[in-house]
Design a protein around this ligand. Structure first.
Ligand code: C2E
Ligand code: MG
Ligand code: MG
Ligand code: MG
Length: 290
C-alpha cells in the first residue's frame, strides 16, 4: 500500500520505478563484486591519421564481462559508478591497465610508440590527489607522460572548480595531454578553452554521422576544425563509419580519426597484432634489385 507523502498528497506507487530501484541495487552490488573479481577489462580502439591510415594511438574503453548478463555497456555502469563513488576505483584500474599495456606496445615498437587515451569522469578530477595518482601510475608503469591523454567532457570544465583547474594544470606540467570528448554537444560557451590547458578536440560522432549525407551542410564540423587550428589543438573525428565521411573530413583539414570503419574497440591483442605487423613492415630488408 502506498504511503502518504510528507505534503499530504498520496504517493503514486509506480511498480516500474520500484523495479528500476531493485535493478540498480542489484547492479551496484554486482559492480562491487566485479571490481573484486576482475570482471572489468579494457578494450582499445585505434586512432588513425586520415591521410595515411597509420595508427598513432588508441583509446582505452572499459568493458564489464558480467557472468550472467554478458557484456554490460559502460553507458550503463559508469553513471552508477559515479553515483556510488566506485568510479575512483574503476578509473584507476583502467588507467593502470592502459599505461601498462601502452608500455608493452612501446617495447614492441619503440620508433612509433602509440599514444594512449583514457576517459576520466568529473568526479575523479574533483579529488585533490588525482594528479598525484596519475603520476604514481606513470612512474610504476614506466609509460611516458607525454603519450598519455586524458579525455573529459566539456561539462567537466564548464562546471569548473578550483580543484579541477589545479589538477589539470598539475597534469599538464608533467606532460599529460588533455582532450575534450564529445566536443560540440555541451551547448556551452567556448571561453573555457582559454583558461583550461586543452590539447585535443574530439568531434562528436553525431556531427560526423551527418557527413555521410552528400546533401548535408558541413559547417559545424568545419567550424570545429577551424577552432582547433586557430587554438593550435589537434582534432580527432569520432565514429567514422564510411568512406564518404573520410573524404569530407580530409577536405575540411581534420587530421585524426577513430571509428568502426578503421577498427572497433577490441582486446589488447588485436592492437598488438597491428603493432607487430607495422614494425615488421618497417624492419623488413629492402628487396634486392635484380
Ligand atoms: P566515448 O569516450 O565518447 O567513446 C566513444 C564510444 O563510441 C565508445 O563506446 C565506442 O565504442 C563508440 N564508437 C567508436 N567508434 C564508433 C563508430 O564508428 N560507430 C559507433 N556507433 N560507435 C562508435 P563505449 O565503449 O560503449 O563507451 C561509451 C562511453 O562510456 C564513452 O564514450 C565514455 O564516455 C564512457 N567510458 C568508456 N570507458 C570509460 C572509462 O574507462 N572511464 C570513464 N569515466 N568513462 C568511460
Ligand atoms: Mg572518449
Ligand atoms: Mg566521445
Ligand atoms: Mg561519450
Amino acid at each position: 500500500q502506498a504511503k502518504e507523502r510528507r505534503d499530504g498528497q498520496p504517493a503514486v506507487y509506480d511498480p516500474s520505478l520500484h523495479r528500476d530501484l531493485l535493478e540498480r541495487a542489484a547492479l551496484e552490488s554486482d559492480l562491487r563484486r566485479a571490481l573484486a573479481e576482475n570482471e572489468l577489462q579494457v578494450h582499445y580502439q585505434p586512432t588513425i591519421v586520415l591521410e595515411s591510415g597509420e595508427m598513432v594511438g588508441v583509446e582505452a574503453l572499459v568493458r564489464w564481462q558480467h557472468p550472467e548478463r554478458g557484456m554490460v555497456r559502460p553507458d550503463l555502469f559508469i553513471p552508477l559508478a559515479e553515483q556510488t563513488g566506485m568510479i575512483h576505483e574503476v578509473g584507476l584500474l583502467v588507467l593502470r591497465e592502459a599505461c601498462l599495456q601502452g608500455q608493452r606496445w612501446a617495447a614492441m615498437s619503440p620508433e612509433n610508440a602509440l599514444t594512449v587515451a583514457v576517459n576520466v569522469s568529473g568526479k575523479q578530477l574533483q579529488r585533490t590527489d588525482f594528479a598525484e595518482e596519475v603520476q604514481d601510475v606513470l612512474r610504476e608503469s614506466g609509460f611516458p607522460a607525454h603519450r598519455l591523454v586524458l579525455e573529459m567532457t566539456e561539462s567537466v570544465l564548464v562546471n569548473d572548480t578550483e580543484i579541477t583547474l589545479r589538477t589539470l594544470r598539475a597534469l599538464r606540467e608533467t606532460g599529460v595531454r588533455i582532450a575534450i570528448d564529445d566536443f560540440g554537444t555541451g551547448y556551452s560557451s567556448l571561453s573555457y578553452l582559454h583558461h583550461f590547458p586543452v590539447d585535443i578536440l574530439k568531434i562528436d560522432r553525431s556531427f560526423v554521422q551527418r557527413l555521410s549525407d552528400p546533401q548535408a551542410q558541413n559547417g559545424l564540423v568545419e567550424s570545429i576544425v577551424q577552432i582547433g587550428r586557430s587554438l593550435n589543438l589537434e582534432t580527432i573525428a569520432e565514429g567514422i563509419e564510411d568512406p564518404q565521411q573520410i573524404s569530407t573530413l580530409r577536405g575540411l583539414g581534420c587530421e585524426l580519426a577513430q571509428g568502426y570503419h578503421f577498427g572497433r574497440p577490441g582486446p589488447a591483442e588485436t592492437v598488438s597484432r597491428l603493432v607487430a605487423a607495422a614494425a615488421d613492415v618497417q624492419h623488413r630488408e629492402p628487396e634486392p634489385v635484380r
